[in-house]
Design a protein around this ligand. Structure first.
Ligand code: MEV
Length: 428
């Protein structure tokens, strides 16, 4: 039987959370228990209700700690929020293996974001472009009038460039406004400035401004990290089953598949983002923006490429490097409104968006190294199995110490399934 659900709730956004829950309960046939789950919220319904529209609950993720991270000679504890088993353990393991050679060295660009204003309908592209360039100072000053606070902190619009694009529907001009957003992610400031300068751009070009919006390809805001993994430590990590130099060669073979094959490269970069997104989410930042920037940056050469690079140094040890745009903030948005995000920033001990972006780059590199090491040695499944088996045991109904017992038995039998977990529970 198909149940028809009405999704046109009149003025739902105006209702209280309790009223919305009543409407939803009726419309979707939810039980009291299910409504109770939605109602229980760690961040508080009132906070959630101010963050997005039509709120009926919150959605929690576990926060785990990435450990052993040494970044620029300083120990850092890294809060990571995600649902996938093994990611936190893998990052911590990679960070531990990097410590004997000093951990991670990082760097980053100034926090410059790009705002785009698209102009159409001008008579002559060259004349329009020249007019914008001649009035660059005036345009930048107008942009800065919109954010005196940012300017007082040393940020604000700093420069602009004009690009000409030939499209299927004719020529377009795109003005790139470069804005130093200091410790913010910057989308609000940049979008406001783009809208503010559009009338003067229209006046100067005789055209009309269509899109006025930030670019998530924040390629003037790159973060970098580098680490060395010594061959003797890599040998130990296999409990002597493989020589360190063989582990390194196997990792390089895995890496070169990603360099030359976009099917593998997507998974390679996904593994990097497992770590980065987890810190982006923990700190209340916009993971969709960081994802978009990362994957766009991965193909700026015209070919989709890994965000990391690996090679051997003169000792034959493995060097890993990462570079990608990381547009995140330590002020503004959910970094302030979500209490756990504020706590995550305190745990990290970061003050600036640059420091935070660099730690995220280090985590991305650690995550990628850990995946490549596992894939090149024992395979990825072994590490995943323990938590996976526990999840399956819980799904089958295990409680308390049953969870460990049932999952251990399934691992021993190499038969991890809900049906086997149910059998084991029945026979206890
Ligand atoms: C799984 O979430 C991520 C990996 O597939 C990454 C990789 O293969 O490099 C393990």
């Amino acid at each position: 039987m198909v149940i028809m659900v009405d999704s046109e709730f009149h003025e739902f956004y105006k209702k209280s959370v309790e009223e919305r829950l009543r409407i939803l309960k009726h419309a979707a046939g939810l039980t009291d228990e299910e409504i109770g789950v939605l109602r229980s919220s760690a961040i508080g319904m009132d906070v959630a209700d101010r963050m997005i529209e039509n709120v009926v609950g919150t959605c929690e993720l576990p926060m785990g700690l990435g450990l052993n991270f040494m970044v620029n000679g300083k120990d850092v504890i890294v809060p990571m929020c995600l649902e996938e088993p093994s990611v936190v353990a893998a990052a911590s393991f990679a960070a531990k293996l990097a410590r004997p050679s000093g951990g991670f060295r990082t760097s980053s660009d100034e926090p410059i974001m790009i705002g785009q204003v698209q102009i159409l309908g001008f008579k002559n592209a060259k004349t329009a472009k020249d007019a914008i360039i001649r009035n660059k100072k005036k345009i930048i000053a107008q942009a800065n009038e919109r954010d005196s606070v940012l300017v007082s902190f040393g940020g604000g619009a700093k420069d602009l460039e004009v690009r000409e694009i030939d499209s299927e529907i004719g020529k377009m001009i795109v003005v790139h406004l470069f804005v130093d957003v200091r410790d913010a992610m910057g989308a609000n400031a940049v979008n406001t400035m783009c809208e503010a300068i559009s009338p003067v751009l229209e006046e100067l070009t005789g055209g009309h401004a269509r899109l006025k919006i930030i670019s998530n390809l924040a390629d003037r805001r790159l973060a970098r990290a580098k680490a060395t993994w010594k061959k003797e430590d890599l040998e130990k990590s296999t409990k002597g089953l493989m020589k360190g130099s063989d582990v390194i060669n196997a990792i390089l073979e895995a890496y070169h598949l990603a360099v030359n094959d976009h099917y593998r490269c997507a998974t390679h970069n996904k593994g990097i983002m497992n770590g980065i997104d987890a810190v982006v989410i923990a700190t209340g930042n916009d993971f969709r923006a960081v994802e978009a920037g990362a994957h766009a940056y991965a193909c700026v050469s015209g070919k989709y490429k890994p965000l990391t690079r690996y090679y051997k140094d003169k000792n034959g040890d493995l060097v890993g490097e990462i570079e990608l745009p990381i547009a995140i903030g330590t002020v503004g948005g959910a970094t302030r409104t979500k209490p756990e995000a504020r706590i995550a920033l305190k745990i990290l001990g970061v003050k600036t968006s640059k420091e935070l972006a660099e730690i995220m780059a280090a985590v991305g590199l650690a995550q990628n190294f850990a995946a490549l090491r596992a894939l090149a040695t024992e395979g990825i499944q072994r590490g995943h199995m323990s938590l996976h088996a526990k999840n399956i045991a819980v799904i089958a109904g295990a409680k308390g110490d049953e969870i460990d017992k049932v999952s251990a038995k399934m691992i021993e039998e190499k038969n991890i399934s809900v049906s086997r977990a149910k059998e084991l529970l029945k026979n206890r």
